[in-house]
Every structure is written in C-alpha cells, then in structure tokens.
Ligand binder design. Structure first.
Ligand SMILES: [Fe+2]
Ligand SMILES: [Fe+2]
Length: 333
C-alpha cells in the first residue's frame, strides 16, 4: 500500500526511493522518459546496449550487402546519365554502412568482429537484398519500393534514443529520399515508353511489392522484441503502423506512374481509416530469412571475395598509419 500523499501514486519501479534502482539506472530512465538522448559515455542497461548493437550492425550489413543487387547494373545502365546516378547511389549505400558501423563501435562492437560475423554467415542483414535484379526496371523498383520502405522505417529512427544512431539516421534519410526519387523516375520513364518497357516496369513491381512490405517485419502480434524497443524509444511505431504508412505513400504514386500494385484486396477502408491489405505470404519471408532465398549464397560469397580482394588496402593503410605515428613520435622526442 502506498503512503504517498500526492494525487498521483508513484509506480514502485519509477520511484527515486526504490532501493532496487541505482542512481545510474535512474538517470537512464529519466533521460528516456524526458525524450532526451543516451550518449556513449552514459550508463546504459546491458540489454539496451546489446539490442542496439544487434540492430545497428544488422542495419550496417544491410547497407553493404544492399550495394550488390544494384552494382550488378552499373556496367549495363542504359545511358551515361543513368550510370552516373546509379554509381552515386551505390556509393551512398557504402557511406551508410560506414556511419552505422561507426555508431555500433561507440557501443563497444569492433569493426573486425562485425565484418567477421557477416562473412562467416552468422550475422543477419535485410532479406530483401537476397532477391535477384534481372531487369533494368528492377533499378526503378528497388529505389521506389526498397528505398521507399527504408525511409518509412528510418525517418522515426532519427529520433532514436541512442544519440549516435539517431544522428547517423538524419544524414542517411536525406540520401534515401534521393534514392527513392531516382527509382520513381526510372519507372516513370519506362511507363511513358514502349509497350515492352511498360510491361517490364509492371513485372518488376509485381516481384518487389510483397518483399518490400515484408521489410517492416512480422505482424505486431508476432513481433516479440518490438515492445521493449518501443519502451526504450529506439523504435517509435509498430511494424504494422509503418507498413500502413508505406502503402499510404505508394497508392497515389502508383496512380501517377500508371502502375498497378499487385494486391487485388488492397482498398481504402473508411471505417478504420486505413488500407485493407491482402494476406502476406510469411512462409516465403521465413524461407528467405533462413538463407534459402534466390541469392543468399551469391551475396555472401561476393562479400567474402570483396573482403579478401581488399586485404592489400587494409594492410597499406595500417602501414601508412604506423609510419605516420612513428614520424610524429620522432618529432615529439
Ligand atoms: Fe542506404
Ligand atoms: Fe538507399
């Protein structure tokens, strides 16, 4: 029974008098409560740190593996302008990977450790990058749908409670919106082209639409980590809320493109003020997630080869850094 005199009885675990909570933990809880930011120097619960390392490193791996389906088209882009744009986009994704690896490093993860886990096939990355990109229209669909879904997921992450993650996301989101626009523009040009080009664009959207919806993760009632992540203010909206937001953004854009979203059950529901969506095939999602997607093995092998081919660059950079520090030691002594 509480003897607290005020009109709002304090919850036992939120009370400053609770001997179970250390001053550090109280400060952490207060920062979260006040929508302030946790910085690397601050105390944080071990589970919070682990959960962020997992999320940020998976996100970094996704950016890096995500370069592959598009780099596949750089040499075959239909014009010099398209080639330059696609190269810039793929380079942006490399940059995103680097900001995110740096953010994970502020939590004590090592860059070598994260890379090792990825190339050993132990670390996860977004399954969307295990789908193949057989046609040029896929460069449109990847930008419009995959980067589009990434924006819906990532804009709320700009306010994530962990400072270095939130700040990395601000810059990443600016670039992702350029990516989405360039994808839309590729599809628009194809849709204004020949019958064969329109067909290629529609076929590509048919292949990417459902996997893009799956990027938001399982439905809310089957998403065990979400509640904790929302309590820590890392995540701000549920998977289903974000999926709804995404579809709400796509519908008017699909109308401008003249493209049909491949869901016959998709319609606006006046009562719920939401779109009703058709059934998502989660068996396919779990197949791809467990490594049986069309391109899983190929993506990992390419990443391993690239790491091996880059060994000389890492060695040269380390030798240069060593030389520089020896030189400055000589000057100092
Ligand atoms: Fe990115
Ligand atoms: Fe992107």
């Amino acid at each position: 029974m509480t003897t607290h005199a005020g009109p709002y009885p304090l919850a036992p675990d939120a009370s400053a008098e609770n001997p179970e909570i250390s001053a550090d933990e109280q400060q952490f809880n207060d920062l979260i409560e006040a929508d302030s930011r946790i910085e690397p120097r601050d105390w944080m619960p071990e589970d919070y740190r682990k959960s962020l390392v997992r999320q940020i490193s998976q996100h970094a791996h996704s950016e890096i593996i995500g370069m592959q389906p598009e780099s596949n088209w750089i040499t075959r882009a239909p014009s010099l302008k398209r080639k330059a744009i696609l190269m810039a986009k793929v380079q942006d994704e490399a940059g995103h990977g680097l900001y995110l690896y740096s953010a994970a490093q502020t939590l004590g993860a090592t860059r070598d450790g994260m890379t090792e886990a990825l190339i050993a096939g132990k670390a996860r990355y977004s399954s969307i990058f295990n789908y193949p990109t057989p046609t040029w229209a896929d460069m449109g669909s990847v930008g419009w749908l995959v980067d589009g879904a990434a924006i819906c997921n990532q804009v709320p992450l700009c306010r994530a409670s962990y400072g270095p993650y939130g700040r990395a996301m601000v810059r990443i989101c600016k670039e992702e919106s350029f990516h989405q626009r360039q994808g839309f523009e590729i599809l628009l040009e194809l849709m204004q082209g020949t019958e064969a080009q329109r067909h290629m664009a529609q076929d590509s959207v048919n292949r990417w639409y459902w996997p893009a919806l799956m990027m938001f993760g399982p439905p809310d009632d089957d998403s065990p980590n979400s509640a904790q992540s929302m309590a820590w203010k890392i995540k701000r909206f549920s998977n289903d809320e974000l999926r709804q937001r995404f579809v709400g953004m796509l519908v008017p854009q699909a109308a401008v493109l003249g493209i049909t979203l491949p869901d016959p059950d998709l319609k606006w529901n006046d009562e719920t003020q939401k779109y009703d969506l058709g059934e998502i095939d989660w068996t396919e999602f779990h197949e791809v997630l467990s490594g049986r997607g069309a391109s899983n093995a190929q993506r990992l092998q390419r990443r391993r080869d690239a790491h091996a081919e880059g060994a000389w660059v890492r060695e040269a950079a380390a030798a240069y850094a060593r030389k520089q520090s020896e030189r400055s030691e000589m000057v100092a002594s």
